[in-house]
Unconditional design. Sequence first.
Length: 349
Amino acid sequence: MPGYTPASESPGAGVTATPHTGSLPRIDPNEVPVSLASTGRIEAVRSPLTSHKTTSSGSLPKVRTRARAKSTRAGWIPDQHGAWAMMLVPFWCGVAWSHMRAATLALFALWFVGYFCFYSTSLWIRSGRRERYWPPVRTYGIVTLILGAITVLVAPPVLEWAIAFAPLVAIMAWQSWRKRERSLLARTSTILASGLMCLVAYDLGTGFTRLGLGASWLQHSAGESILAVTASPPHSVLEGWAWVTFLACALTAYFWSTVPYVKTLVRERSSRGYLVFSVLAHVVITIGAGMCALAGWCSPLLPILWLALTVRAIALPAWSRRTGKRVAPKTIGWSEVIVTIAMLLVLHV
């Protein structure tokens, strides 16, 4: 009969072709693979196009592929490339404006491994505490505790910063538990912690003297001959703690602005409300940078750079929406590397 093929001659086992009536093909339950009947998922289909040999259980043998090899490493290395700059830049800016000490390396190792521990723990929680994600949590957790003990041992005053970090860590943990580690609140708390590390590194590099902070209970006597650093860029009237605090705020503002901006290009590219929020955030920061430049706190180049970033926050999402083309994550990542370098140059020249 034209348009009809007997079941025994059909190309898929257990599938009986039907006349061209627009109906779906009939599946013979007696010839359905075991994996489909027991799990409701099609694990493998025997056809001329898929000639893999199945095991006695009816499923395909395990084959090591590049995707599988990649999945075995999941949880060990963060996949959020933009976080690397956020983790490294503020910390080493604090070091650059103070002194490099032996304890600085211990603090950086704690911060570095601590971030890895947070990432792997978030992934483990998000996966429903699957066993495959537990090894990095256990490993990074143990190493973080050891490095934390070493850091406190060689630089006890650093423990005082735990007061500032505690609520941020609590927010991040709460958001991870709710599987909302990519939310604006979670991102904000992470970026604030990164900005604080600029101050912590500077505090440690100046021997915790904390001169110029006013409150006497914050002062410490340096355990070694380290003078408080009062240097500042030639274009700024700020110096010492005032300058480093401004630097930390400027870096925090930039890294935070990338959150709504990137979302308008990826996850929220169709949301007009998120685009408005991103643009308004850039406008507010640009105005703030202009006021800081007028006060002599920073170079006039800073508000100019922020004006360019505001134009970008408008133009690129608009282009993506108009053309229907997505901006590749790699392109977004590399562009942020360039902007980060430009931000550092503007703040330090």
